[in-house]
Design a binder for this molecule. Structure first.
Ligand code: UDX
Length: 440
């Protein structure tokens, strides 16, 4: 089929490339000249596993352009995959979605289904269809369908090629049929419903996962108080198929481009309808506190952080991505800076973006070992494999005072027994705490 995709970010670009992999002819449209030029040269502007190979393999079916008319004029299906960032009040900012819709209305010259992949508040697609039909310049049938995206960054290509489910929200059998054809070659259960339900499925799924994480984080915090071990507790819970073992990793909270924004958006939407989503509100509050957990813990070891040398391992919101959005590092590093700490940071792919935000006052190191050199405290924010591979001995040897606060439970605590390292993770108690080496 002839398909256009608006937006070449994580959602749009991955969708476009994966649809080309399935044999469709795809035009990816973006306003960013630089990105489009990069893509034309076969380079990906985002760090995402498997994407560069797929981009090259499907180059004959892929076109990249900033000329929206060229993309939308004769497309049978136009996917919208632009961002819906959070506004100051927590609601979703739809200006990019509407900007694309305006261009589609102006340029579409054949009947087409406009498919919204971006996460949008319930009811948006109804309004978008009215908007398109009121502005269209050619006498064609423009219909809007919802087809939410469930990809995770880092595994976006795999998630898109092998989705857990494909959700189609359409108001007419014809529009649903067009989407069935788009996804004909995919092996996944189809959920065909109306647009509002499809929009709700996306928020309900993301917010449920956020809730699951906040729940396990609270259980972890309680484990610390009562002497239980969160990893064993999560394993014991996960065998129950009604609960499931995934997304039960306790840590310093969720970040990224989806959970923080989508929890706030649903909470906002509920408020707008005079309803309070108490569970989602709690998930947000727990996460806000959890992100500061390591800093709070560090006070157990240092009454005053002023002037300490702090090693920070991991800056991105999770491994496998260079994305910093809502990463715990972004709330913790300013606190360390206020305390006039000497910050030695390492991340395998996130440092360039971090340096753009914080060019001064942070020593960016080219290895975890270099970040640990002479440090009084180590804070682990991201469970990169290179961090997980560090031995207790490395911390002991490199650091001035080996106090490791692990926000992602990267190691077995037993490995630190008798190592001369104070190892304090989430929900598992502390090893080496009584060594008396760290009060200041
Ligand atoms: C998420 C959803 O998984 C995806 O379906 C949706 O389309 C977009 O949002 P993503 O933001 O890429 O994907 O990352 P994900 O792997 O879900 O992790 C989000 C955050 O939760 C990360 O900060 C991660 O560290 C944290 N997390 C995840 C936990 O703290 N514990 C877990 O058990 C799982």
């Amino acid at each position: 089929m002839k398909i256009a995709v608006a937006g070449t970010g994580y959602v749009g670009l991955v969708t476009g490339v994966c649809l080309a992999e399935h044999g469709h002819t795809v035009t990816c449209v973006d306003v960013d000249e630089q990105k489009i030029e990069q893509l034309r040269q076969g380079q990906t502007p985002i760090y995402e596993k498997d994407l560069p190979e797929l981009l090259v393999r499907n180059r004959e079916r892929l076109t990249f352009t900033t000329d929206c008319a060229a993309g939308y004029r004769d497309a049978q299906v136009i996917f919208i995959g632009v961002g819906t960032p959070e506004k100051r009040d927590g609601s979703a900012n739809l200006k990019y979605v509407y900007a694309v819709a305006g261009q589609i209305a102006e340029t579409a010259e054949r009947d087409c289904v406009v498919v919204v992949k971006s996460t949008v508040p319930i009811g948006t697609n109804d309004k978008l269809e009215e908007f398109l039909q009121a502005r269209q310049t050619h006498p064609v049938r423009l219909e809007v369908a919802s087809n939410p995206e469930f990809l995770s960054q880092g595994t976006a290509v795999r998630d898109t090629l092998h989705p857990s489910r494909i959700v189609i929200g359409a108001e007419s059998p014809e529009a649903a049929e067009v989407l069935r054809q788009v996804y004909q070659g995919f092996d996944a259960p189809l959920v065909v419903t109306n647009r509002r339900s499809a929009e709700m499925i996306k928020y309900a799924s993301n917010d449920f996962l956020a809730l699951k994480i906040s729940y396990i984080n609270e259980i972890a915090n309680l484990c610390e108080l009562v002497g239980a071990d969160i990893e064993d507790v999560a394993a014991g819970m996960g065998y129950d198929e009604r609960i499931g073992g995934r997304f039960l990793h306790a840590g310093i909270g969720y970040g990224g481009s989806c959970f923080p924004k989508d929890t706030k958006a649903l909470h906002w939407l509920a408020n707008f309808h005079d309803y309070e989503m108490k569970t989602v509100k709690a998930a947000i509050e727990v996460n806000d506190h959890q992100k500061l957990r390591l800093i709070k813990k560090s006070r157990k070891y240092y009454r005053d952080l002023k002037g300490l040398t702090v090693a920070v391992l991991g800056l991105t919101f999770k491994p496998g991505t260079d994305d910093l959005r809502e990463a715990p590092s972004l709330v913790n590093i300013p606190i360390l800076q206020d305390e006039e700490c000497r910050i030695q940071a390492w991340d395998p792919v996130g440092m360039e973006k971090f340096r753009a935000l914080y060019p001064d006052g942070i020593a960016y190191c080219d290895s975890p070992e270099a970040a640990l050199a002479g440090a009084d405290l180590c804070l682990i924010f991201t469970e990169w494999p290179q961090v997980k591979a560090l031995a207790p001995e490395t911390f002991r040897r490199q650091m001035r005072r080996a106090i490791v606060l692990d926000g992602r439970n990267c190691y077995e605590p037993e490995a630190f027994a008798g190592s001369g390292v104070v190892y304090d993770s989430v929900g598992r108690g502390t090893v080496g705490e009584d060594s008396g080496m760290c009060q200041r």
